[in-house]
Design a protein around this ligand. Structure first.
Ligand code: FES
Ligand code: FES
Length: 169
């Protein structure tokens, strides 16, 4: 007879940092990182579009690298640092990239936006002065069904220029 769906044997303890806060939980070992963020921590800014590694709406930053949280298990984030869209601003002001998205009309329905922002933040952390092609490559894995790509790239370049002027990498 098969083990019940949520058998206790499948529970795992994880400890990680999410948006600068230490988090510990006992979770189903098969839970994806996206499920853990959304259902376990109520961080629903991470969107799940395809749930199979194709659209990028679930993108978060894991130890400085943009990853699809729908195709990773939460247990794979053990001991690591996760940044989600909720951790992007400083709680009072928008991040310069978020501000640039507004100024450049870089979103329509907004479903791809959290993933787009985080893919670009990961790029800017590695490469504060990206070229047009650098940005295009960084969002290669992020699908925008509304076709806002050109505005998204403009926003990224504008934000990187403003951040450089302010001395923010
Ligand atoms: S929801 Fe993860 S890549 Fe589409
Ligand atoms: S703004 Fe609608 S999917 Fe990108």
């Amino acid at each position: 007879m098969d083990a019940p769906e949520h058998s206790h044997n499948n529970k795992k303890h994880i400890a990680l940092t999410v948006n600068g806060e230490k988090v510990e939980a006992d979770i189903d070992a098969r839970m994806t990182l996206a499920e853990f963020l959304r259902e376990g921590l109520d961080l629903t800014g991470t969107k799940v579009g395809c749930n199979r590694g194709e659209c990028g709406s679930c993108t978060v930053i894991l130890d400085g690298v943009a990853v699809y949280s729908c195709t990773m298990l939460a247990v794979e984030a053990e001991g690591k640092e996760v940044l989600t869209i909720e951790g992007m601003g400083d709680g009072k002001a928008l991040h310069p990239l978020q501000q640039a998205f507004i100024e450049h009309d870089a979103l329509q329905c907004g479903y791809c936006t959290p993933g787009m922002l985080l893919s670009i933040v990961a790029l800017l952390q590695q490469n504060p002065q990206p070229t047009y092609d650098d940005v295009r490559r960084a969002i290669d894995g992020n699908l925008c069904r509304c076709g806002s790509y050109l505005n998204i790239i403009d926003a990224a370049l504008d934000a990187s220029a403003k951040m450089a002027r302010k001395g923010r990498g």
